[in-house]
Write a new protein. Structure first.
Length: 131
């Protein structure tokens, strides 16, 4: 009989989940003979609403070797997808990464906004036109 893993990957957001904590919090689901664990109720709910796309992914999380040093994560495409799919989970695991991506999003939103009514009127007046 195989030993139950201590950590698994949340199939919705990709976060590593402690199986015992998920079980204690009621954040597990049986589907097609397999048990899935989730980091939060929102991920569990998303899985229950449409399990097929999530059930195909990996389940067991890689366990770091003893004595290995944690390497700070790089903001790569995977981190950006995690941020888009479940920024709360990313923030739980890597608050500094979430803060940086929040700042990027805010900056992009500001640069893509056209001048407001008052700014357009001031520009037209300065150019000799009517607001």
């Amino acid at each position: 009989m195989s030993e139950k893993p201590t950590t698994v990957i949340d199939p919705v957001c990709g976060m590593t989940v402690d199986v015992a904590r998920a079980e204690a919090a009621g954040l597990t689901v049986e589907h097609d003979g397999r048990t899935y664990a989730f980091c939060r109720a929102g991920c569990r709910r998303a899985f229950l609403e449409e399990p097929a796309p999530y059930a195909a992914g990996p389940q067991v999380a890689a366990t770091p070797a003893r004595g290995s040093l944690a390497v700070p994560p790089v903001i790569d495409e995977g981190m950006r997808r995690w941020y888009e799919s479940c920024s709360c989970c990313l923030g739980d695991a890597y608050p500094e990464i979430k803060a940086q991506l929040d700042a990027e999003r805010a900056s992009a939103a500001q640069s893509s906004v056209s001048p407001g009514f008052g700014e357009a009127a001031a520009t037209a007046t300065a150019q000799g036109g009517h607001p």
